[in-house]
Design a protein around this ligand. Structure first.
Ligand SMILES: [Zn+2]
Length: 102
């Protein structure tokens, strides 16, 4: 195994860098945030429960989308995260498995 070359990504909540494989990925579509592997640029949130809320609270999503993100969109995103077992859902294993099968 080669060491020292793990792809790192920055968490939108805490702005710390983590190995890509340990982060939850989402993309921003025209309709708002999309959980999982989507086309386009990916953004990442770590598995720390607070980070998802922090990212929302800081309006990172609005900034990234360059427009206001409505509460409904946030709810939809939250739901999508839950379905894929994203951060704060306790189902991180399932999303990792799911990602690896795609
Ligand atoms: Zn984080």
């Amino acid at each position: 195994m080669k060491r020292g070359h793990v792809p790192m990504r920055t968490c939108l909540g805490c702005y710390r860098r983590f190995p890509k494989s340990g982060l939850f990925r989402f993309t921003l579509g025209r309709e708002g945030p999309v959980a999982g592997q989507g086309a386009g640029r990916g953004y990442y949130i770590c598995r720390n429960d607070g980070c998802f809320e922090k990212a929302l609270g800081r309006r990172s999503l609005s900034r990234l989308l360059r427009r206001a993100v409505g509460a409904e969109e946030v709810e939809g995103f939250r739901r999508a995260l839950r379905e894929t077992g994203g951060p704060g859902t306790g189902g991180e294993r399932s999303w990792r498995e799911r990602e690896s099968t795609r």
